[in-house]
Every structure is written in C-alpha cells, then in structure tokens.
Design a protein around this ligand. Structure first.
Ligand SMILES: C[C@@](CO)(OP(=O)(O)O)[C@H](O)COP(=O)(O)OP(=O)(O)OC[C@H]1O[C@@H](n2ccc(N)nc2=O)[C@H](O)[C@@H]1O
Ligand SMILES: Nc1ncnc2c1ncn2[C@@H]1O[C@H](COP(=O)(O)OP(=O)(O)O)[C@@H](O)[C@H]1O
Length: 310
C-alpha cells in the first residue's frame, strides 16, 4: 500500500467480561486470563505526514482532553516514536486525537490510541507491516494494546497481550457510568495484592460459562457469567462506586461491574430500549460525571476509508 499524506484511524474502547488475575510475577506484572470485548465508544487518531522533519507532535481534542499529556509520555506519541526508530523513518507526523473514551477509566483509552497510531503510521509512512508485526509492537506499548488492534471479543493471556479471538453471537447493549477522576492501573493491581493472601491466589482462568454465554448471544446468560478480580480492589480505593453499581441494578440492569481497573462502572442491559432507560436514570442520579451507551462487539482499530488522502 503506498504511503499517504493523511489518514484517520478509529479505535474502540474495551471492557473485560471476565478478568482473572494470578499472583504477582518478579517483573511486577500479574498473569491474567481475561475476555475482552471492544465496544462502540471510540477515539479517532488523525496522522498528517511531516515531510520536512522527523518531529512527532500531538494535539488532543474532545472529552477529557485536558487530562491527557501531550509530551513524549502520550501513548500515541510513544507508538509513533517506536515505529520511527525501529524502521529508520526520516519523516515526522502530526497526530490529532479526538477522544470520547474516559482517561484512566478502565477502558484502555490510552492503549487504543497507541493501537490506532500504529495502524495510522504504518499506512502514512508506507511501512507495509503485517497484522502480526503490528501485534508485536503493540505488546511493547502495553498489555491491552494488542487487543485494541484485534477488537471484537477475544481471550487475553500472559499480561493480556497474548490475544486469541472468541466466538460471540449477537449484539450486547452496554451502559457506562463515567466517574470523576481516574484510577491508576498499577495502584489497583497493588491494592489487589494487599487484599489477597498470596498463598490463596489461584492461577488465572476464564469461566467456561462465559464462553458458553457469548456463544448463546443471550444477555441473561452473559449477566451471570461476568467477573472481575480487580473489582474488590477498585471498590476498596473508591468505595462510592458501590453506590453507582447498586443504583444501576435497582434500575433494572441485568448486571453491574467495574470496567477493568475502573473507575468506570459498566451495566449490561437486556436490549437497546432498556439501555436508553437505564442511561437516563443514571444521568439523572448525580452519581457519575457522565453516561455513555454502546453496543458490542465491534472491530479493532481501523482506517476510516474516506479519511485517506495522498
Ligand atoms: C487492567 C487492564 C485490564 O485489561 O486494563 P485497564 O482496566 O487498565 O484498561 C489491563 O491489565 C491494564 O493494561 P495496560 O493499561 O495496558 O497495562 P500496562 O501499561 O501494560 O501496565 C501498567 C501497569 O499495570 C500493572 N499490570 C498491568 C498488566 C498486568 N497483566 N499486570 C499488572 O500488574 C503493572 O503495574 C504495570 O506496570
Ligand atoms: N492518548 C492517551 N489517552 C489517554 N491517556 C493517556 C494517553 N497517553 C497517555 N495517557 C496516560 O495514560 C493513563 C491512562 O491510560 P488509559 O489507557 O486511559 O487508562 P485505562 O487503562 O485505565 O483505561 C493516564 O495516566 C494518562 O495520563
């Protein structure tokens, strides 16, 4: 594929339908067995070619823009810098991120921007890297980044970077209560270690009933198969989130759970209409900063065709 002058990539947020966490490893990470699902809540990353120099710049717009760094620590900048260095690219890139995914919300907002940037710069600089090669670079950027390339519904092993697709039938209707502030992922993992006696931590595993429920496409079956080992740790750090979860259940949600490391609370609705009704009640409750609805599963980071210009 020839290089382009500008390209925009749309990348989804993720939730964890199952998240089983094993004991901490010497490198500080935890082995996990997780089932990811990509949801129709997106960040868009636009990459414009800089031919005259090798500078990499980033601007952030949209929801939560003021909570995102615009220096070298930005995960999109790190993704572009990784490819530029690895493949001796002389050109630079101007990145613009339009965010709707909450920052540090437990939905891989930064990770998915990194995945989007890998896809965008691959096309922009004409690197012609395969999906497998992009997956390898994604794993260098973060445990969640490889899944953000794949999307749909998938099993994550290792740190979460070893991704294999899982069959899921039908459409699931999710509602998200986005909290004020974020939760540091490392802090939540550390809190889990503090709460669990090491001697009783089992190796991570995915519940068979979760896989069966996904194949059935029945939200009622999925509701009773959801699990998240990080939930207790997130609630220990942010106890008020328990009120949000309970409110959603009282309003008829089939299930309520912390999304990944949190603080976003996710709710499974029976259908689209129930999702709208739940979103209205949550928005009026004053328990959260804002409410979003999204269907799932959706594809991973993908180029918006109309955005490509030579
Ligand atoms: C918790 C999860 C669940 O999918 O996602 P979020 O809820 O943050 O979106 C992930 O494990 C987050 O993935 P990601 O945010 O990419 O983590 P990384 O950048 O790789 O690691 C950040 C820090 O989280 C901790 N970490 C992460 C992954 C893992 N398997 N074990 C860990 O202990 C480590 O302290 C690590 O230094
Ligand atoms: N492009 C980005 N979008 C969001 N957060 C980013 C980005 N680049 C770096 N960060 C930093 O990463 C952390 C949150 O990453 P994020 O993936 O949104 O969290 P989570 O894994 O909980 O969903 C924040 O501390 C934020 O400052």
């Amino acid at each position: 594929m020839s290089p382009s002058a500008e390209v925009t990539v749309r990348a989804p947020a993720k939730i964890n339908l199952g998240l089983s966490v094993g004991p901490p490893l010497p490198d500080g990470f935890h082995p996990v067995a997780t089932v990811y699902q990509a949801v129709a809540l997106y960040d868009d990353v636009t990459a414009v070619l800089r031919e005259d120099d090798s500078a990499i710049s980033v601007e952030v717009a949209g929801d939560f823009a003021d909570e995102v760094p615009t220096d070298e620590s930005n995960l999109a900048v790190r993704a572009a810098r990784l490819l530029q260095t690895e493949y001796d690219v002389e050109e630079g890139v101007e990145l613009t991120i339009r965010k709707t995914i909450p920052v540090a919300g437990g939905m891989a907002g930064g990770s998915t921007d990194a995945a989007a940037t890998l896809v965008a710069c691959n096309r922009l600089w004409g690197l012609q890297l395969s999906q497998t090669e992009l997956q390898g670079h994604a794993a260098e950027l973060g445990s969640d980044v490889p899944f953000c390339l794949v999307g749909h519904t998938a099993l994550g092993r290792g740190r979460g970077e070893q991704v294999t697709e899982v069959m899921s039938r039908g459409v699931f209707h999710w509602v998200f209560a986005i909290a004020d502030g974020g939760l540091s992922t490392p802090a939540v993992y550390s809190e889990l270690d503090r709460l669990r006696p090491l001697r009783r931590v089992e190796p991570p595993q995915v519940r068979p009933e979760l896989i069966t429920a996904l194949l059935s496409g029945r939200p009622e079956a999925l509701a009773i198969a959801l699990s998240n080992d990080l939930q207790a740790a997130a609630l220990s750090l942010r106890p008020e989130l328990g009120d949000t979860l309970q409110f959603g259940l009282d309003q008829g949600a089939l299930a309520a759970m912390i999304s990944g490391s949190g603080p976003t609370c996710l709710f499974l609705a029976a259908d689209s209409r129930s999702a709208v009704d739940l979103a209205v009640e949550l928005a009026a409750s004053g328990l959260c900063r804002m409410v979003r609805q999204a269907e799932a599963p959706v594809p991973g980071a993908r180029i918006l065709p109309a955005s490509v210009s030579r």
